[in-house]
Design a protein around this ligand. Sequence first.
Ligand code: NI
Length: 190
Amino acid sequence: MGRLSILTGSLTTLQIPTLALRQKSQPVPQDITPDVLRTLLTEMFACMYQVNGRGLAAPQVGVLWRLFILDMQQPLGSPPLVLINPEILDMDDTIEQGREGCLSIPGYLSHKVPRSRKIKLAGYDQHLERVTLEAEGEIARGMQHEYDHLDGILYIDRLSSWDDLESNPDLWLNKANQVMDRLAAEAPKV
Ligand code: NI
């Protein structure tokens, strides 16, 4: 396998209509070295936190591997989650509609994305240890959203109508804050 040589802060999130977001990703190779994995994960977390994201799948940064990260801060202070080569073991038949946005679809969100209330997944963590995870509610929703990315599926594909898509005011607020921060940093010091 070729060396993956990247520097922190070098990844950017792909946005639709990038074709990479529509591909089925390949399993993370069995012979991945801890260094390559650690570098990729560090980059992905940096990329996600930079834009206040709560989840990111590798294909969103152009790496077509079956791996995602999630940091829902639920319960508050809980550690972020890494799931490599996940498999869905079980999904609850109860479907709930809820709020989702996506870093790859900036400026939009929906409150009507249907997801299973509970999910059970197996896969590998950041130490390549086998794990089984069960989640419900918001975390189950986040896992389903990120898992979908590995198959090239976006939350907008799950909506029953385009009318369920809304403009996301947070995006414009964040942009305004960024501009203000930049202006403050550039302002002459007196
Ligand atoms: Ni997404």
